[in-house]
Design a protein around this ligand. Structure first.
Ligand SMILES: *Cc1c(COP(=O)(O)O)cnc(C)c1O
Length: 479
């Protein structure tokens, strides 16, 4: 399988070439040259593989369709090492749990950091170690986090050979639980840098450091952000696992509702659907930052300013633009790279928006790609958490609650199963659960007392020079 850029750059590359890269040279995102089709017989084989050999085998079989530059035995070993009961809490990985009439929750947050990002990041960590080892190279991952991404990356890369992590976060601004999760890591290759500033300061510093191409090359700076194709590919697997659990035969379609920010999670659903998985509808659930809901309702895509980006109680969906959305638009426009470059390169840079409302392709988005959407607010979130707890005794995290709220609005009388993807466990966002229910959520045994563990974190002012100097002190430059 070869990969191409959404902005039309001519060069094609195999999987391992794009694994350690961020954006394509033309600023686009990588996608496979085509989506392998899963026909009825192939889906039956996947169903059998999942039932008899489990999630890791399903992952191997799906990944094999997209990766042909890692020997199958090695890829198999990487999947087997990633998707274990030890890492994901039980052998039942990505399990469906029934909530109410035809509505299911898919448990994706049993990994080490209690958010769905572990499902992809744990595989990415193993793929990085494998590929760097094969090349005899090293990589220094530099990132900025307001919570979930940074901890998922650190838990995936801790102790891995050839990789160091430098993760900036806004000092004192993450939840107590998130700080404890990250800062209690004692691994030598993990560097937490608490910046005296806000999340935007962290992002600006990361941009400035990686924007210095000479420094970037000398210190082999890389990233693990949400536009990485390998992360998206790993997420495709759980759509198959959800489908297989919800149905007994391949003739039955299902729907998914996905709490969304950067369009990464739901983009994996789009890929699964393009492969032929019978997904009747993909429901995009946003919070008050409704960039995606607005586009799907009106055809207008409008990047928000910092002042127009709300800080909400589902903070991992607080985005000003949806980084992965370009991938969907590429498919929507018949894979016209020149048009995508004009929209995402030129129009967004100039006007911060583009309008596809009069485009025939946009009119097809619902019917042809099954996309639907809805928005959930703070009040909706609290009400959904309360109502679900009262009726079912289940505590939802605030992001998953956004998904359930929007799923219920689309579920109606419909007979097709609706699967809501659970994106985090409530313990990560305890403050909002207390506000909704009057008591804190249950804490998994292995996290009792993590706030009291010794911490490994370096506090620095919001100053690019000091962050650069810190990185220089902690890794040797390449020759
Ligand atoms: C990252 C995240 C999301 C948003 O996922 P995208 O792939 O960016 O759409 C939603 N909920 C939680 C808890 C997250 O960590």
């Amino acid at each position: 399988m070869q990969y191409l850029s959404t902005r039309g750059h001519a060069e094609r590359k195999p999987f391992c070439a794009i694994l350690l890269e961020g954006l394509a040279p033309d600023g686009g995102l990588y996608l496979p040259a085509h989506y392998p089709r899963i026909d009825d017989a192939a889906l039956t084989r996947l169903r059998r593989a999942y039932h008899t050999q489990g999630y890791a085998e399903l992952a191997f079989q799906i990944l094999s369709l997209y990766i042909d530059d890692i020997p199958p035995a090695d890829l198999h070993a990487l999947c087997a090492k990633t998707y274990t009961a030890e890492v994901f809490g039980s052998g039942k990985i990505a399990e469906l749990r029934h909530l109410e009439d035809g509505l299911w929750i898919q448990a994706l947050s049993q990994g080490p950091t209690l958010a769905f990002k572990d499902m992809a990041m744990q595989l990415l960590g193993n793929l990085f170690e494998y590929e760097l080892g094969r090349r005899g190279e090293q990589l220094n991952v530099l990132g900025a986090t307001s919570g979930d991404t940074g901890s998922a990356a650190e838990y995936a890369l801790r102790g891995k050979k050839g990789v160091r992590v430098f993760m900036t976060s806004p000092h004192g601004r993450m939840s107590a639980f998130q700080q404890a999760q990250m800062f209690s890591l004692q691994d030598e290759n993990i560097h937490n840098i608490a910046i005296e500033g806000v999340f935007d300061d962290c992002q600006d510093i990361v941009k400035a450091v990686s924007g210095d191409l000479d420094f970037k090359r000398r210190y082999r700076i890389g990233a693990v952000n949400s536009i990485n194709w390998a992360r998206l590919l790993a997420q495709v697997v759980y759509y198959f696992a959800g489908y297989i659990q919800a149905t007994e035969s391949n003739a039955q379609p299902v729907r998914f509702a996905v709490p969304s920010g950067n369009f990464g999670n739901v983009c994996a659903g789009h890929v699964a659907r393009m492969m032929g998985l019978p997904i009747a509808q993909l429901v995009v659930a946003t919070n008050e930052n409704d960039v995606l809901d607005e586009f799907l309702r009106t055809g207008v895509y409008r990047v928000r300013s910092a002042a127009d980006t709300h800080e909400t109680s589902s903070p991992s969906m607080d985005i000003s633009k949806a980084s992965n959305f370009e991938r969907f638009v590429f498919d929507l426009l018949g894979r016209d790279g020149a048009r995508v470059a004009a929209l995402f390169g030129t129009a967004l840079a100039r006007a911060g928006r583009f309008d596809l409302s009069a485009d025939a392709h946009f009119a097809e988005a619902a019917a042809r790609y099954g996309l639907a959407s809805g928005k959930s607010t703070h009040a909706d979130r609290l009400e959904t958490i309360r109502d679900t707890y009262r009726r079912h005794g289940v505590t939802l995290d605030p992001h998953t609650a956004d998904g359930v709220k929007v799923a219920r609005a689309h579920h109606g009388e419909a007979t097709l199963p609706m699967i809501v993807l659970e994106t985090a466990l409530p313990i990560k966002f305890s403050e909002t659960i207390v506000e909704a229910l009057g008591h804190a959520p249950e804490r998994p045994a292995q996290f009792v007392g993590i706030e009291d563990l010794p911490r490994r974190v370096q506090r620095l002012p919001a100053d690019v020079q000091q962050v650069r100097a810190y990185i220089e002190r902690h890794c040797a430059p390449s020759a």
